[in-house]
Design a protein around this ligand. Sequence first.
Ligand SMILES: [Zn+2]
Length: 263
Amino acid sequence: MISDFDQMVADNFGKWCGKWTSKGRAFDGSETRYHRLHCKTWQCDYCAPRRAAAYAKAIAEAAEQHRLTRFVTLTLDPKKIGATAGHSCKYLRRCFNKFRVYLGRKFGHSIKYVAVLEFHKSGIAHLHLIVDEYIEWQWLKNAWEAVGGGSHVDIRARKDQHRIAKYLAKYLTKEFGLNGENKCPRGQRRVTCSRGITLLRRLGKHHTWRVLKQSIRWTFGRRCAVASNLEFDQFELIKAFVVKREDSRKLKPDSASYGSWVE
Ligand SMILES: [Zn+2]
């Protein structure tokens, strides 16, 4: 029989989301962290808004740190591709890769940018970028067309990096559209950036991580007597906890203090 907990996970998370646990042991052995493992896809109702919020914050920080003050829009000409969202994404990436070579030649170095992939109602992909260089509109238009892009390009300068980042992040939270075609195809990264810019840092780089094919609730149940730093989500389901070395010594498999969570 499916438990209330499993039902809640099934209702709120994507197919593979939240089912398993990642376990991270600190290099120095001081603690072991347990996190509920999420799918982190844009198709997941739980992960997509969280990812968007995390990116919005990271983009604002990067914009300020790297002075990304110009907002650029690059679109495609549907006649040149005439394809579904999946195809237009790949096509757009190819154009953008060539375009970056053009930019590198023009400026003599690679420019810094953060790019967000977005979709028109028609499902055709386009890019919004913030960059650290001023690019003349005519050059931008010519270069973008030369690499196979559409004729609609835009660049505008904004003094306030915070607002520009907000503007860019807005595209991440926007609904993609009404039909499946407008959804971001799987495997396509919605946010990319130039080298030297780090947007989302990986958590716990001082730990070695592995996946436990068991729910965090079960994992916690076995360790509730020694767990600390408990974190819960808005459904009040446990999403993370820590077992410190000094506490784990108290954990003896056959003692009464061993977790006695009843499923
Ligand atoms: Zn998810």
